[in-house]
Design a protein around this ligand. Structure first.
Ligand code: ACO
Ligand code: LMR
Length: 264
């Protein structure tokens, strides 16, 4: 009989060998003919299945709302400085992307992990927040540099509104709202941020859609898929900032001496 030669690579998400490429078994022509969007493509390539419309719409809203947040945030700042140093698009983009992490934009997975664990263990908001404090860990998904209890993040409100209208359950996000009520009683900047909203609402999407087993949800949360949403979204803005600086022919950036405290 035939002997299969061992391969060095295993791949399960896409296939370009046939007449047309397929994403998770779905041919390109079907994607176009059915009028699918980027949310469907993310569902196929990341989750290897077609998700219901409200899920793909939620993914698209996350991408749109996180595409940019002005020139002053860490990622855009790095991209602008890099573009002004005369570097190319990819260098400017990745220099911005490299700032995404536990403090900026990359707290989505940890928010999902910690809030899921606390909810599943039925911790009260007080027990959850105070146990994190004892461990010296800031609650991921809580806190913002400029948003406050009396100046909420509109993106969070829009995501919450969409989910409360379309999701079968928003239990993880509602738990995060209870946690936020407690953290706001401690300090006015400890609001639920966009990472916290996406992290907890994605848990609700995964658990409520009936499309994922418990093991699959644990795998998605453990591997950490969800920061990918912010990385993908913010790439749109960072590419825009690169073009903007090039279009404006901005010179090499040098930080002003007056804005540095030179001290011993
Ligand atoms: N949990 C508990 N306490 C907190 C938190 C939090 N998430 N954030 C701030 N605090 C408290 C702490 O007591 C902190 O003191 P510490 O430095 O001794 O820990 C105090 O508030 C003051 O903190 P600042 O450093 O002044 O807060 P800052 O405005 O710099 O922080 C930040 C903003 C980085 C977002 C912070 O709240 C944080 O680390 N949050 C968790 C990570 C996170 O969710 N990041 C995503 C932000 S949204 C985005 O980037 C798109
Ligand atoms: C962002 O989306 O970049 C922000 O929430 C961070 C910020 O400081 O505004």
């Amino acid at each position: 009989g035939k002997v299969r030669a061992p391969t060095h690579i295993i791949s399960t998400i896409s296939d370009d060998r046939g007449e047309e490429p397929c994403y998770a078994g779905v041919p390109m022509s079907t994607i176009v003919e059915k009028g699918m969007g980027v949310g469907d493509v993310i569902s196929l390539l990341w989750f290897k299945r077609s998700l219901p419309r409200y899920c793909t719409q939620f993914i698209e809203i996350c991408i749109m709302l996180c595409a940019d947040h002005g020139p002053c945030v860490s990622g855009a700042h790095n991209t602008i400085v890099t573009a002004r140093a005369g570097k190319d698009l990819v260098s400017s983009l990745v220099s911005g992307l490299l700032t995404i992490g536990p403090r900026f934009g990359g707290a989505v997975d940890d928010a999902a992990r910690y809030f899921k664990d606390a909810y599943d263990r039925k911790l009260s908001p007080y027990e959850f927040v105070e146990s994190m404090k004892k461990k010296g860990i800031r609650v991921p998904g809580i806190g913002h540099r400029i948003k406050r209890g009396d100046n909420r993040d509109k993106r969070v409100e829009l995501l919450q509104l969409f989910a409360r209208t379309h999701f079968p359950s928003t239990k993880y996000m509602e738990y995060a709202v209870e946690v936020e009520t407690y953290t706001l009683s401690k300090a006015n900047n400890l609001v639920m941020n966009v990472d916290g909203a996406i992290g907890t609402l994605f848990l609700d999407l995964l658990a409520g859609s009936g499309m994922f087993t418990k093991q699959e949800i644990d795998e998605i949360v453990n591997i950490g898929y969800l920061n990918g949403l912010f990385v993908l979204a913010r790439s749109i803005g960072l590419i825009g900032h690169t073009f903007d600086q090039k279009r404006l022919k901005q010179p090499l950036y040098r930080h002003p001496w007056e804005d540095v405290l030179y001290t011993k």
